[in-house]
Design a protein around this ligand. Structure first.
Ligand code: ZN
Length: 316
């Protein structure tokens, strides 16, 4: 039998208590979940059986299972389900790697765009961390004194250390350490119950005036297209566990204490511009639709951890 058909037919489907679902809040705007749908699975036996919760206020979608066991997914399913390009056996950044002669290469070309943005926004950066950086295209592209990588894939550790010159770290430090943190196509892999802690972790690990650069897919719009039956048949969305609008991502950055210095308007946000709070969320001049990225800056004068402020506000 076609393995995709088999996966879709036999996927386990964990039950979610209605009472739990009804009390779940949107990770971005904190409103109650407004609806559920099936997960837009592609080939994954793990994801085929899941649901998505949706927030109509900000467009966010999330897998509403508490403590979702993604470790098992990445260990037991990911390698089989996601066909990775075979790693080049020579020097990855050597001239013989065919990656460099390809006319287009999504990850390589994206890293170049991010390097250009960082050159413009953080020209004097000394300490740069790339989270989930894969082979380290971005770190290889930039000329800074100290490069750090948070990347668990065993296949790329040698490339990152020997060819890119990166220092490997196992987790985010809790004190200000970096001028730049990059999270490119990483945040959509977090879960609804961890994403806010990661955002607070980013700001805690940045030096004053440090910047975070985030890129995520236009998830809220992808889900709108999915709901309408317009999803492209070759579109793979798993293993994404969060789906953002640019409005929702801006909100989460602002709520974590960042000033937004660059943003975009995703198609979902453009479709909701008649809502005044969405139109006026951040000043017009921070929008740059040429780059599909969000850049937040940690204010220089920020001395109190924003999570503490948020908790105190919640108490009063
Ligand atoms: Zn929301």
């Amino acid at each position: 039998m076609n393995p995709v058909v088999a996966a879709l037919r036999t996927a386990a489907s964990p039950r979610i208590r209605l009472s739990d679902l009804a009390t779940q809040s949107c990770p971005c705007c904190r409103r109650k979940a407004t609806s559920v749908s099936r997960y837009p699975a592609f080939v994954s036996k793990f994801f085929s059986g899941l649901l998505l919760a949706h927030c109509d206020n900000c467009g966010t979608g999330w897998v509403p299972i508490p403590n979702l066991d993604l470790d098992t997914y990445y260990e037991k399913h990911y390698a089989k389900e996601v066909r990775k390009d075979r790693l080049f056996e020579g020097k990855f950044y050597g001239p013989d790697n065919p990656v460099w002669s390809k006319e287009k290469h999504a990850v390589r070309d994206r890293a170049k765009r991010h390097a250009d943005i960082l050159h413009r926004i953080a020209p004097n950066a000394q300490d740069v961390l790339d989270i989930g950086c894969g082979e380290g295209y971005l770190l290889h592209n930039i000329n800074v004194p100290r490069k750090f990588a948070l990347e668990s894939d065993e296949n790329v550790q040698g490339i990152l250390q020997e060819e890119v010159g990166a220092t490997m770290i196992g987790q985010l430090p809790e004190k200000p350490t970096f001028d730049v943190i990059v999270a490119s196509h990483v945040v959509e892999h977090f879960t609804y119950d961890t994403v806010r802690d990661y955002m607070l972790g980013f700001i805690a690990a940045l030096k004053p005036n440090g910047v975070v650069l985030i890129e995520v897919p236009p998830g809220a719009w992808q889900l709108e297209e999915f709901a309408a039956g317009n999803r492209p048949p070759n579109q793979r969305l798993e293993p994404h566990t969060l789906f953002f609008s640019s409005y929702a991502m801006n909100m989460m950055l602002l709520d974590s204490g960042f000033e937004i210095v660059q943003s975009i308007r995703c198609p979902w946000t453009k479709n909701h511009m008649n809502d005044f709070k969405i139109k006026k969320q951040v000043p017009e001049n921070v929008y740059n639709d040429a780059d599909y990225v969000f850049v937040g800056r940690k204010p220089a004068g920020q001395t109190v951890w924003p999570g503490l402020v948020r908790k105190l506000r919640a108490l009063t």
